[in-house]
Write a protein that binds this ligand. Sequence first.
Ligand SMILES: Cc1cc2nc3c(=O)[nH]c(=O)nc-3n(C[C@H](O)[C@H](O)[C@H](O)COP(=O)(O)OP(=O)(O)OC[C@H]3O[C@@H](n4cnc5c(N)ncnc54)[C@H](O)[C@@H]3O)c2cc1C
Ligand SMILES: Cc1cc2nc3c(=O)[nH]c(=O)nc-3n(C[C@H](O)[C@H](O)[C@H](O)COP(=O)(O)O)c2cc1C
Length: 783
Amino acid sequence: MKIAIIGGGPAGLYAAILLKKQRPEAEITVYERNRADDTFGFGVVFSDATLDNFEKYDPPSYRRITQEFAYWDDIAVHFRGTVHRVGGNGFCGCSRRKLLLILQERARELGVALLFEADIDDEARFADADLVVLADGINSHFREKYIAHFQPEVDVRSNMFAWMGSTRPLDAFTFIFQETEWGPFIAHAYQYEVGRSTWIFETDPATFKRAGLEGLSEKQSADRMAEIFGWFLEGQQLLTNRSMWRNFPMIRSKRWVKDNMVLLGDAKATAHFSIGSGTKLAMEDAIALADAMHHAPTVHAALQQYEEGRREEVEKTQHAADVSLVWFEHVDRFWDFDPVQFAFGVMTRAKAITYDNLTLRAPDFVREVDRAFAKQVRARGFDVDVEKPVAPMFQPLRLREMELTNRAVVSPMCMYSAKEGMPGDFHFVHYGSRAIGGAGLIFTEMTCVSRDARITPGCTGLWNDEQEAAWRRIVDFVHANSAAKICLQLGHAGRKGATKLMWDGVDRPLEKGGWDVLSASPIPYFPDSQVPREMDRAAMDAVKAAFVAAAERGERCGFDMLELHCAHGYLLASFISPLTNRRTDAYGGSLANRLRFPLEVFEALREGWPAHKPMSVRISATDWAEGGITGDDAVAIARAFAEAGADLVDVSTGQTVRDAQPVYGRMFQTPFSDQVRNEARVATMCVGNITTADQVNTILAAGRADLVALGRPHLVDPSFTLKAAAWYGAEAVFCPPQYLPGKEQIFRNSVRDRQDFDDLKIKAKPKTRAELKAEATKPLAAE
Ligand SMILES: Cc1cc2nc3c(=O)[nH]c(=O)nc-3n(C[C@H](O)[C@H](O)[C@H](O)COP(=O)(O)OP(=O)(O)OC[C@H]3O[C@@H](n4cnc5c(N)ncnc54)[C@H](O)[C@@H]3O)c2cc1C
Ligand SMILES: Cc1cc2nc3c(=O)[nH]c(=O)nc-3n(C[C@H](O)[C@H](O)[C@H](O)COP(=O)(O)O)c2cc1C
């Protein structure tokens, strides 16, 4: 077998090693355009888990690599004169040059031919090769040559960055967030060998310009960085090696394989440097390719297997990298945060590290985070304990005069169980039991302002006296038997109206018994859905009046709060999104025009709703579709509603058009809440695939939302909050007297359960290499 590998970076060399081990008889050649020890960059970083993989696949190179490595466990965050350190991270660094020399040496030993100063621009010379590996890096010539086939998507990010080195010794992965007269600069730095560390500097394009970095030589820009970070460098120098400022391209390729050619490493996909995974991904690609070549019967089958098997893992890492890079791009959002909350945000930015996880690893740090959170609550007039505070989830919140005892919320969830809009026994038990279960705030399902405002025949309404009486009974029960507050969500289905019950087909039009539907524009939801009637001014007046009348009934029922539903493609949302609003009058076109009618309804409600009671608005912060609402629009939308008197923005996403492409995942909508809260400076509630109290605390402690709503988790567990309170020892959580023996038992058991759980986790966690190294070098105790 003949294998040609173009590119002698980590991907190409490691692929050569693994393939040669597998097939000693194969003729494998690596073509590298640079000279053997001619390399850019300073250090590379691997996690302990990646090193475990290297150990399994090629022990000799693993041993040499680890002999050269610097290990560390801590991450240190420097911000506004403070430093917060968190241990237990298990990382190691090594010089890129040494890594390449080790891999070259190992490849040679195995009999791989290495040809340097061989710049390949045409694969025709490899016509007799069985496999051609394209490991030619981020600017891959071959990916571009076959651009129509590989279909790369290159997302050039806005921030500028430069890789440099330094002689400054470091004992932790170090983030420095530095205020300057021009704006914020960030340094990501780590040591990779004695006396050498990698420094990646990052800043936004405006700060870059203001700092005069444009057009500076490598040396001049290094001098500028040395001035900015001089206080930390302590007289040590910055080193350069092709350290030009550039923008990071996030690359994703639709295809990785063409005939017998395969893309590997940065050539096929990149991951932002802030999660330090570029070299890891490159070498793990090589592992995946070697595995596929080992198991598949033909090269063709192996390449298919490589692409299919590897894609998910790469995309997951890229997703984590995306979330992380967006955090760094928007660091100014958090610039006025308390430093410990800021550090908590840095640690938890990419979702893998959470509040509970940090409590295990760095309990003092989390206690400080809790205290800072409690202090903010105290500053708002609550008499809470700031020395031994409860977890953020159990801290109170005030919106106007409504006080919530905790931050957990039952999200609005249609039950599709009403008859002619009447909430029945099901609703009474449903809402009542969730209130007893301890959540601070309960939302009603979308309650429709008129019969023809309903989504389905099973939706609740509030347009007549019977409905008002039924809701009052529910509200009275909640107030009499729990500490929860209850918010009425009012809505109008618009073009998604006259559809079937959820279990008969979500958003599918009713076959019989339907009613006429309205929307901003006459665009049906499905091609076979009813074509809605475009609203004229008279229809707007009628709808507005129905909202006002329903809100008046809501006030008579005793609801504590009112939410206007402007999300999910329903009537008011259909005005806001350009995908559903094609109007040419004053209600279409610009965002300001598209917001006109929803704001008019909101203002009319605010006028009638008692001034001491809060109001919120639910928005879809993105349509997840080309040409639709984006996070930036959501900030403008939130600002507009806040100016109209909204006390809280309930940040949901999507459901506007049926061909949307949402990116699901844990807490997948939280970044939008983060953006709205910290750019528009309004209180937000986030929601969406948040399933654990740990996630709730992580979100709140990092300042990504003020309230956290859970929908589906509450469907199966009315006592979600009470159970979480037991876990975190938040004794003050409400429990009705009838259930106190249950509360006492769960609180008692939780102390032990939590201890067992923590012990198990600590036991199950393998020692990091830094810990092992520290143990190995510890002097023996005198006998
Ligand atoms: C300027 C720069 C500095 C970096 N510094 C660091 C760092 O300090 N730490 C870190 O962790 N990551 C660093 N990275 C990222 C990291 O290098 C990559 O994620 C990782 O090296 C990817 O490995 P790879 O083998 O896919 O690509 P690369 O390491 O880029 O290797 C590709 C190789 O292919 C060769 N090549 C390209 N075209 C041809 C051709 N036509 N013919 C022959 N050879 C060719 C190149 O010379 C190169 O040696 C840096 C990236 C860049 C662009
Ligand atoms: C069956 C069902 C009914 C829902 N009904 C409503 C509703 O009436 N009003 C609303 O704003 N959102 C509604 N939603 C959206 C939820 O409030 C919530 O945003 C969504 O389920 C995501 O949160 P989760 O992952 O915690 O379930 C509904 C969701 C589901 C699954």
